[in-house]
Write a protein that binds this ligand. Sequence first.
Ligand SMILES: [Zn+2]
Length: 126
Amino acid sequence: MFETHEECLVCLEEIRWDGTPTCPYCGSVKATKYKKKHRYRCNSCFTSYSVTVGTLFHKTHVDLRKWFRAILLLRKLNPDISIRKLAQEIQVNRATASQMVNRIVTASPEQAEILRKIVREIEKRS
Ligand SMILES: [Zn+2]
């Protein structure tokens, strides 16, 4: 499994960008990396972004390790898991767990592909 939120971000960057940060707003690949935190500033539209913008992880304030664990559980280990049980497993409250499940099960084909790749990466590491 992934040890830190940061490792999850790196993994997501590889999956989504394949090494080239791409602006989710204008599609430009010209970006300046901030020193910390895996944030980038687009040199074309001057917006700052991270890899989670435009994905189901955006604006959830949930550690990506919890997201990854939830994805693994729902898509692989226990698709019938209850919200209550999932909330316990990944230590979030029920409202958050419910929101996460909703985003995972209603993921667009493009997002679902990212989820499949995440599961593959987790399996590689376990
Ligand atoms: Zn841009």
